[in-house]
Design a protein around this ligand. Structure first.
Ligand code: SAH
Length: 244
């Protein structure tokens, strides 16, 4: 069944406009009486049927709220050091598919890419669209937010997750597994991953100061676009979010 995000609070009668309305009427050629799933801004998902379609608007009537949630129990914010080219597109798409709650692109010391001003805004807009498409495809209940590009200090100051870890390629004592066990019940988690050039010592020191725990992801060095996905998969495996 097709699933649409409606940026309104849940209501028995709701209207879909914009590109989604066009998609429903012109591409899918849906008709009054046809059923679809909607997800409102407050995260409610419901079974709905099309009441009527006018130019540019699809009015839907909600039939029943769906209890089943597709969201993981732990809210992971992936703070990803800016990686080159299309790697960020890939990382964002996969992170959303796996279940990330939000993604922060971080301008790091060893990031080759420099993004600022209008260029950064444009990129974030593009990444948000990728997140939205991935959320729809993977049947998420929310559209994870791709936050604005931040420095390491900004990202650390803006974040209030209870558990914070940084995957550090030179860490040889603390494993992700041990860090997760020691953290106990996870509600939310900040996961920092470096760019291709890795994490600088100054960045590691700043993170430590902010209470972030450096962890190893094993003895092999993973690429920037692999590390976050591996860490997220392992975390979700531990929390039972890949199925018990
Ligand atoms: N250029 C660096 C590697 C960077 S890998 C070097 O050659 O050493 C990109 C990022 O992935 C790292 O900054 C880190 O956050 C993560 N990463 C990759 N492999 C890792 C590992 N084995 N343990 C912990 N983090 C790792």
């Amino acid at each position: 069944m097709h699933r649409f995000f409606i940026p309104q609070l849940y209501n028995e009668e709701m209207t879909i406009t914009g590109v989604d309305a066009k998609h429903i009427s012109k591409v899918l050629r849906m008709q009054p009486g046809d059923k679809l799933q909607i997800v409102s801004d407050d995260g409610v998902s419901a079974l709905a049927e099309i009441a009527f379609i006018t130019e540019g608007t699809v009015a839907v009537r909600c039939l029943e709220k769906l209890a089943e949630s597709h969201e993981p129990a732990v809210k992971i914010t992936l703070a990803q050091g800016l990686a080159k080219g299309e790697k960020m597109d890939f990382i964002i798409q996969k992170a959303v598919e796996l279940g990330a709650y939000s993604v922060v692109p971080v301008a790091m010391e060893h990031s080759v890419v420099r993004l600022d001003g209008a260029k950064a805004d444009k990129k974030v807009g593009r990444w948000q669209k990728i997140a939205e498409a991935a959320a729809k495809q993977s049947k998420r209940d929310i559209i994870p937010q791709v936050q604005e590009v931040q420095t390491v200090s900004q990202m650390l100051a803006n974040n209030n997750c209870k558990t914070k870890i940084i995957a550090y390629e030179c860490e040889d004592r603390m494993s992700l597994k041990t860090a997760l066990r020691e953290a106990g019940q996870l509600e939310d988690l900040l996961l920092i991953i470096g760019p291709e050039g890795g994490i600088s010592e100054a960045e590691l020191a700043k993170a430590r100061e902010a209470g972030v725990i450096p962890v190893s992801l094993g003895r092999r060095i993973l690429r920037a676009e692999t590390a976050g996905l591996v860490a997220m998969s392992a975390i979700f495996y531990e929390t039972g979010d890949l199925g018990d």
